[in-house]
Design a protein around this ligand. Structure first.
Ligand code: NAD
Ligand code: WQD
Length: 340
């Protein structure tokens, strides 16, 4: 059934792709974003791809209760998808209080406003980083949480707060989705990842090398206990992640309380495999050299996606080659991202 969905952080990388899927499925979309890490241009492009615009865009901080009250008073919101957060692991070590303030404080402000306005459905962006230094892969939702940095701790803290709220507020329904490594871009080349400054994540770094903005990739370590010694991750196409959110909305009323799902493919790729695939799909060489391990990195993070598949029939459909092809297409069409 069509719903009116408030999407916080809807102009960002995963949020913008999710807005497209929601609009295409007939939902109405209201976005709240302070554009601290995004451009309003992405929402213009969302409308272009979906063939219709979002209902409203509010430029505001998710911690701002007055702004939230205004949003909930002006739209009859059925469900909320909460993407708005800061996400850079390294930065979170430098400014942990800011991460607690925005990620945890933003979530409690949002849920408090939802409660006051009688809105009870929430999809929360969690992260595979909560599993920390996992020793056993693939990771199920029952694998122990052991966050190793402030960013991951904020996500795990939010999950625990939301679980506790669900125990005490029986009307609340929360789905926490633990994304593995979202990558790629919209196949139209209109939406993609547009990091500010030097990319932390590997896929935009590869795309910026291929387009000539950066010279070479430092491969962070080749002495991990993995087949080729480089780190293994479960890269998942951002459109698959977006489709996962559409499925989440379809299933949020299946059960009351809080439920947690991994969003991953179940297939791992090493850094060197990713470099090779990017070279093949782009036809450009990716100069790279082996460098020291990046502090805090782990050898391997791969999801066991069985739970979400059996619950919703959702499964990631796109492979790493599609992620590289779409990221490359976006980078070629937008060498400097959304900047004019
Ligand atoms: P993003 O930075 O592209 O999107 C986040 C959006 O939230 C941006 O548009 C930003 O402007 C907005 N925002 C940030 N702080 C805000 C605030 N205080 N008030 C209002 N808006 C604010 O990031 P993304 O990759 O799209 O990630 C979305 C969510 O998914 C985040 O919660 C992130 O922690 C989580 N996540 C991301 C990844 C990943 O690798 N991209 C993996 C796991 C989880
Ligand atoms: C992937 C692999 C690196 C850059 C991060 C967050 C995690 C989640 C997803 C939000 C690793 C290697 C990278 C480079 C490299 N985000 N690498 N050279 O670290 O798995 O996960 O994004 O929740 O919380 O930590 O992603 O893209 O940074 O790295 O060799 O220049 O590529 O060592 O093996 P990561 P990433």
């Amino acid at each position: 059934m069509p719903q009116t969905v408030l999407v916080t952080g809807g102009a960002g990388f995963i949020g913008s792709h999710t807005c497209v899927e929601l609009l295409r499925s007939g939902h109405e979309v209201v976005v709240l974003d302070d554009h601290s890490n995004s451009s309003p241009e992405s929402l213009e492009r969302v409308a272009k791809i979906a063939g219709r615009p979002i209902a409203a865009a509010h430029t505001a901080d998710v911690r701002d209760r007055r702004a939230l009250d205004k949003v909930f008073a002006s739209h009859k919101i059925d469900a909320v998808i909460h993407f708005a957060a800061k996400k850079a692991v390294g930065e979170s070590v430098q400014i942990p209080l800011t991460y607690y303030d925005i990620n945890v404080g933003g979530t409690t402000a949002l849920v408090s406003a939802m409660h006051d306005h009688g809105v009870h459905r929430l999809v929360f962006s969690s992260s595979c980083s909560i599993y920390g230094n996992a020793t056993v892969v693939p990771l199920t939702e029952e694998s122990p949480a052991a966050p190793t940095n402030p960013y991951a701790t904020t996500k795990w803290t939010c999950e625990r707060i939301l679980a506790d709220l669900c125990r005490n507020l029986p009307e609340l329904r929360v789905l926490a989705l633990r994304y593995f490594n979202p990558a790629g871009a919209h196949p139209t080349g209109l939406l993609g990842e547009d990091p500010r400054g030097i990319p932390n994540n590997i896929m935009p770094f590869l795309a910026q090398i291929a387009v000539g903005r950066r010279e070479e990739l430092s491969v962070f370590g080749d002495d991990y206990p993995t087949p080729d010694g480089t780190g293994v991750r479960d890269y998942i196409h951002v459109v698959d992640v977006a489709e996962g959110h559409r499925a989440a909305l379809d299933h949020i009323d299946d059960e009351p309380g809080m439920r947690v799902f991994n969003l991953g493919t179940g297939r791992g790729s090493s850094v060197l495999e990713l470099v090779k695939t990017f070279e093949e799909v782009s036809g450009r060489p990716i100069p790279h050299r082996i460098a020291a391990r990046r502090p805090g990195d782990v050898a391997e993070l791969v999801a066991d996606p069985a739970k979400v598949e059996s619950a919703w029939g959702w499964t990631a459909r796109r492979d790493v080659a599609a992620m590289c092809r779409d990221a490359w297409n976006f980078q070629q069409q937008n060498p400097y991202g959304y900047a004019p």
